[in-house]
Design a protein around this ligand. Structure first.
Ligand SMILES: C[S@@+](CC[C@H](N)C(=O)[O-])C[C@H]1O[C@@H](n2cnc3c(N)ncnc32)[C@H](O)[C@@H]1O
Length: 318
């Protein structure tokens, strides 16, 4: 598949999965096409994104930032704005045992991208044995080449819907801004329940359309192995982070601005980057130049999916 075909397959697949009003179970050729497009897109991201960059929309909560700063002074000095790290911090802090309960535990991240988020967590809770799993072979190869440290931090390629781990072999499992691309959410959550040991916990963070949230609620009601402890809407903090990143002069914008490209290409690249990092969710309206290019058919018009909320949910394995 060439690049425009991959993008088309990915956006069509995303719409199909997230606007589904039926049972949230996609299989066969349609699911395989979505996974192949997803894997190609994140292979590209693994090639293009810089060291230390995470791949989620982030959240901006000054209290959380202060908590992280108290534990890891200067945590964002490695070249990021620290917003994406806040989501990772939240994922561990709100587990039933909190951050201190992670010591000596095994932690699996499903959909770890190039591993930068897990690497950040490994600095926060160094006594936790961490494994990251991702569908994208290049993201996993990059994570293993740049971040892996023996049994403390390792990365494997695999599919969230078919986890390559034994039953009851994982203490804690996190999943951040990844499950909205899985064709079969039911299968993923059953895999989570299978690999978690009794008493183990899941921290799930993602963006939801109205339909996808309904699907998730239906699936979880039929899955007694997981008891849902919390479901927090963190949309306001996520929107705040996206808006800060969209502001000209932000660290996010400067990263792009440093790259050599002609002004038109820069405008299009900035627009695409804003769309990928939650712009529509935060009320972004493309500039007049992009609207004009879209009318001419040069830039595809992307209204984005009607994402309604960004949530953090915690479940305990019965
Ligand atoms: C938006 S990125 C988030 C990455 C990381 N969690 C973060 O917050 O920076 C979504 C990730 O999910 C991965 N992914 C998508 N479908 C997957 C699947 N079926 N199994 C495992 N990983 C998958 C992608 O390859 C990508 O790395």
């Amino acid at each position: 598949m060439n690049r425009p075909d991959v993008m088309t397959s990915f956006t069509t697949g995303l719409a199909d999965i997230n606007l589904d009003e039926t049972d949230g179970r996609r299989a066969g050729a349609q699911a395989a096409a979505m996974k192949s497009a997803s894997s190609s897109i994140y292979d590209m991201a693994a090639t293009l994104s810089g060291r230390g960059e995470l791949w989620n929309w982030g959240m901006c909560d000054p209290d959380l930032a202060a908590e992280i700063e108290a534990r890891l002074p200067g945590f964002a000095e490695f070249g990021t704005d620290g917003f994406s790290e806040q989501l990772y911090y939240l994922a561990l802090r709100d587990l039933p045992g909190g951050l201190d309960g992670c010591a000596g535990q095994t932690l699996l991240e499903v959909g770890c991208g190039a591993g930068e988020g897990l690497n950040f967590l490994s600095r926060l809770v160094p006594d936790t044995r961490m494994t990251g799993l991702d569908l994208s072979p290049r993201a996993v190869a990059r994570a293993n080449a740049t971040l892996a440290r023996g049994d403390s931090l390792r990365f494997v390629q695999g599919d969230a819907e078919d986890l390559p781990f034994e039953d009851s072999s994982v203490d804690l499992l996190i999943n951040i801004e990844s499950s909205h691309t899985y064709p079969d959410l039911d299968r993923f959550l059953r895999e989570v329940a299978r690999v978690l040991r009794p008493g183990g916990a899941l921290s799930h963070i993602d963006v939801f359309t109205r339909q996808r949230l309904q699907t998730m609620r239906r699936i979880t009601a039929e899955l007694p192995q997981l008891t849902w402890a919390t479901d927090h809407d963190v949309s306001a903090a996520v929107r705040a982070a996206v808006r800060r990143r969209m502001t000209p002069g932000s660290r996010f914008r400067r990263t792009l601005d440093r790259q050599r490209m002609n002004p038109l290409v820069r405008t299009i690249a900035t627009h695409s980057q804003i769309l990928m990092f939650g712009g529509m969710f935060a009320g972004y309206r493309p500039p007049a130049s992009i609207r004009a290019l879209s009318r001419l058919g040069v830039v595809p018009w992307m209204s984005g999916l009607p994402m309604e909320s960004y949530r953090h949910q915690v479940a305990v394995r019965v």
